[in-house]
Write a protein that binds this ligand. Sequence first.
Ligand code: FPP
Ligand code: MG
Length: 324
Amino acid sequence: MQLDQICLPIKDEMDRLDEVMRGHVRSNVSLVTEVAEYIIENGGKRLRPVLCLLASKLVGYTGDQAIQCAAGLEFIHTASLLHDDVIDHADIRRGRPSANAKWGNHISVLVGDFFYCKSSDVFTRTGQLEIVQLITDTITATTEGEVFETIKSNDIDIQEDDYLAIIRGKTAVLFSAACQIAGVLGKVSEEMQAALAQYGQHIGMAFQMADDYLDYVSDEAKFGKTQGKDLREGKLTLPVIVALRESSESEQKIIKEALLSERLEEFKFKEVVGILNKYNALEHTRELANKFAQDAKEDLKIFKPSLAKDSLITLADYFVYRSM
Ligand code: FPP
Ligand code: MG
């Protein structure tokens, strides 16, 4: 199913989201506005807002704070990508030159800080200390996840558990917060809040695993990122971890050389993909992503049937079987 169809219960809010975001990022410094506009206009799937808005519908919250929090979540995500693209030396984001490629690292980091401050502003304005605390804890965990990933990059002894801890931190906690915030806004029971947080965590794990799978197989024009970016960056994600575990010494050597090489030639990338396929490493990654997605669906059992619930269930499969 297409994301647009999944988002039908929140169509009005999604149609308003970019305008709400634009309203928060005006600056007297024209370059800040220019970079912020470039990023907002460039789109993206807006998955964290989608989760927050669908979960708000699920719990029957109808106030304006859901869309404000949705914008705040997208600001955090934007800030983290601006910083991440500097860390990763990325050239392309969402099919267009990344901000660091266009304006340089300094501007990227600073506009990232600007977005981060705007998210603080949005969440503070909710007047709900519980939400501010949740977001603070989330960003702390995200940063720790990213640092842990940096420490582990090029470490060929990395284990699957390390990988799971990294993606939980750098990705899943924000998905989890996006869902839990709706529970706070809707003042639902602790049990329901925990179920929302858990759903977000599971779907976030599924999302990142699918991302790491797509990194190897996806069409660059669709995915909006350079194919094989992770391997080129020396990033050991699940497909490579599985292959390193299963392959022969000579095959391990090929993978290691690819991870360490400054400029990876196309035939060497293809050689590594061949090894990943030989050991079903990509398939294994997708299967594990699917397992997390199925767990996410289970988490929603506590909620009564609704269109929003149907969308959240379908979203779990979309996360695994998307192509972008
Ligand atoms: C993308 O992962 C990056 C993240 C999911 C998190 C980045 C987090 C930080 C830089 C720390 C937090 C900072 C702030 C300001 C909140 P990826 O590199 O695997 O994905 P990609 O292929 O899309 O780049
Ligand atoms: Mg990156």
